[in-house]
Design a protein around this ligand. Sequence first.
Ligand code: HEM
Ligand code: HEM
Length: 426
Amino acid sequence: MTELSRGAAAARYSAIAIVLHWTIAALIVLQVALSGRMEARTPEAFAVTQFHKSVGITILLLSLARLAWRLTHRPPPEPAALAPWERRLAVAVHWGFYAVMILMPLTGWIMVSTSRFAVPTLLYGAVPWPHLPGLAELAPAAKAMWNEGAEAAHHTIIKGAYVLFGLHVAGALKHHFVDPRTPVLPRMAPGARAGRWWEPRLAAVLLGLGAVTAFGLFYDPPRPAQAAPPPLAPAVETREPGAQAAPAVATPAAAPAPAAAVRWVVQPGSTLGFTTAWSGEPIQGRFDRWTADIVFSPDDLDHSKVTVSIDTASARTGDDQRDASLPAPDWFDTANHPKATFTATRFEKTGEGRFVARGQLSLRGASRPLSLPFRLTIDGDRASVRGVTSLDRTAFGVGQGEWTSTEQIPAKVTVRVDLKARRMSP
Ligand code: HEM
Ligand code: HEM
């Protein structure tokens, strides 16, 4: 062993510090490589952002561990020949990095905790991670302020990190090639020999960073599910007459039903679904909670009336993270508009077993005419109804801000009703 390498071996960071250094460095490079793919409002960008959040929180946890380790363990003594300005610059860069390693994830965490889209964080699609306490509950204006501030900080701090990275790597390389009498690389890359042009550890670092960058540029994280799971068995609240004489059905249609048009009770297994698309990929959704007051007879269309009341917070599209943002003001705004209502008062027969229900749909504070063509089969006191219609989501303000654009999500939403009902005994 030469004098130089023996000295270098003695002045080495501990194994824990070394593993944490290279892991965190690789994850930060990965974050930057991923960050260029998060802007678009596509399912891919959504999935990449979820992955970016997961990796970022991992960096936060590792960095806190590393900081704790650093504060309780002295780093190895620096090469004695290091100039005082070099020593000071190195220390400043190192502490600057600690600030970046903690503030980048923190500002990211603030951003997602105050986002209008209220997308929850599920680390690697599996481990729930809370929003920062106190922020998610703020009033919209205060939330927007925090969000903008955190986003600006996230963007600015990373620029500082680029400068630190430049100085850090330049320092490591200078003391490897230009000034090999003050070796620093062996402190973090065990066994490295200063001055060696073909030092394999440098090649490994370069290859490693390249591989991580390529991974970040091309990795396709799992997308949100494309289809909603099959509807739950009792998809609707049924309203059966109770043993008491209490009125079984709610008020909207409670006016005395004319002789011929009779009441129907919706049966479990009925579904109210919708189909849309995101970046050309179909999304099947459904509402889990809705009720219908049905007074209907094919022979007494004039006195038929149907009112469907939909709990807008029950929309499901098969992806928990995406679904958690649907109640937000930009989509269904369930806090202000908890119910959507379709009231059909005009019915036309268009063929054998075929009808059109005409009425108004009130959704998110807008009311628009809507027609629902449907097929009806009646078998004794059982009826089955299948109807499909479409509506323009933008006419109801479903999708605000950048989502008013129909580039990623079309305006047209197809609505599908599959309803089974039982005639209520008089
Ligand atoms: C974003 C990526 C990186 C970050 C955040 C980072 C961060 C750090 C920090 C905080 C330290 C100080 C260790 C401590 O006292 O706790 C350190 C030391 C060191 N880093 Fe990095 N580093 C990164 C990338 C790199 C790269 C690419 C190289 C190699 C070319 C490198 C080489 C070194 C060396 C040789 C040391 C020891 C310096 C000394 O104490 O004399 N680092 N790094
Ligand atoms: C050390 C960890 C992190 C690094 C290095 C990092 C890096 C970046 C970079 C470079 C950007 C692009 C900024 C720009 O366009 O100028 C970005 C954006 C973003 N990051 Fe991070 N990030 C980290 C942690 C996090 C965490 C933990 C979260 C959330 C929990 C997060 C959420 C976001 C979001 C939502 C954006 C998009 C902001 C936008 O709409 O422009 N980041 N990040």
